[in-house]
Design a protein. Structure first.
Length: 296
């Protein structure tokens, strides 16, 4: 009797899917229409028009709907360009936002944080004074609020007291201080960071007073300091300090931070750097060094 061995059927060959042909590019808009849009300075509408008009034809949109969508594209593009320009002009120091802000790590009460994030106080031309030890999140909060304000379409200026003094000092040379102060106070939010970190003389006190006085009841100002504003007369001439602080605090929210330095805590726990003993770290560093040599 012969043994028979079953022969397995060959595996079924699944044909590869046919490549999906790319969608044809929408036809360009008529030359006459493009010329009109250029003259009207509608660059974002002009860019979106070919695709929107092609879709409108295929789906038989109502003409009013086509106009609405095209104008919305123009508005969206202009708003994005405005935000880019405002962010560039603000000269924020490090790009910190609320994405990296850890609410639970801050000593500021959560309801206060949430109220500040609404930015409603800026609409009322109210000020914000944030005082506390170094490393407790004062500058991070100020910059995050600045970025949020820019996202909302507001204009922002950022200074340290030292850079503000230098800025107005240069304007003093050609007698344009008033013009420089007026330009600063055209912004919706003015930030003066790190007051008290360096000694402040007469020039710094004058610069601080000029901006606070010009912004009074017209614009919002954020100041951050390791000192309570009532103690500013200990770091700058008393007469100017008193006058500036009086105007600053008249319509101000005072927020006090406390606790250990978050920067120091991260440093002592190794969170401020990438550990050097990570697998592959040496090779990565060597590769980066080689790349740098190649570039130079």
């Amino acid at each position: 009797m012969m043994n028979t061995t079953a022969v397995a059927d060959p595996p079924e060959v699944v044909p590869a899917p046919s490549p999906v042909p790319p969608s044809p590019a929408p036809p360009p808009i008529p030359i006459e229409l493009e010329a009109v849009l250029k003259r009207m300075r509608f660059p974002y509408l002009r860019r979106a028009a070919p695709e929107v008009l092609a879709t409108a034809r295929s789906q038989r949109w109502d003409p009013a709907e086509v106009i609405r969508i095209l104008l919305e594209e123009e508005i969206k593009g202009r708003d994005e360009a405005t935000r880019r320009n405002h962010r560039q002009q603000a000269q924020l120091p490090s790009g910190k936002t609320f994405d990296s802000w850890r609410e639970a790590d801050s000593s500021i009460p959560a309801p206060t944080q949430q109220a500040l994030m609404t930015l409603e106080w800026i609409g009322r031309a109210e000020n914000l004074a944030v005082a506390g030890p170094s490393g407790t999140g004062k500058s991070h909060l100020a910059e995050a609020l600045a970025n949020k304000a820019i996202d909302e379409g507001l204009k922002v200026s950022w200074f340290t007291l030292e850079s503000l003094t230098a800025h107005l000092g240069r304007a003093t040379v050609d007698n344009t201080v008033s013009k420089a102060v007026a330009k600063i106070t055209r912004c919706d939010l003015i930030i003066i960071d790190d007051i008290g970190m360096l000694p402040s003389g007469q020039a710094a006190a004058e610069a601080f007073y000029r901006v606070i006085d010009a912004a009074y009841e017209r614009r919002s100002v954020i100041v951050t300091s390791n000192l309570h504003p009532s103690g500013f007369d200990s770091i700058m001439p008393k007469t100017l300090a008193t006058a500036a602080v009086d105007r600053l605090l008249h319509h101000a929210h005072i927020v006090l931070t406390e606790g250990s330095s978050l920067r120091l805590t991260q440093a002592t726990t190794g969170q401020g750097v990438v550990p050097l003993n990570q697998p592959g770290q040496s090779a990565s560093l060597m590769g980066s060094s080689a790349d740098q040599r190649d570039r130079t």
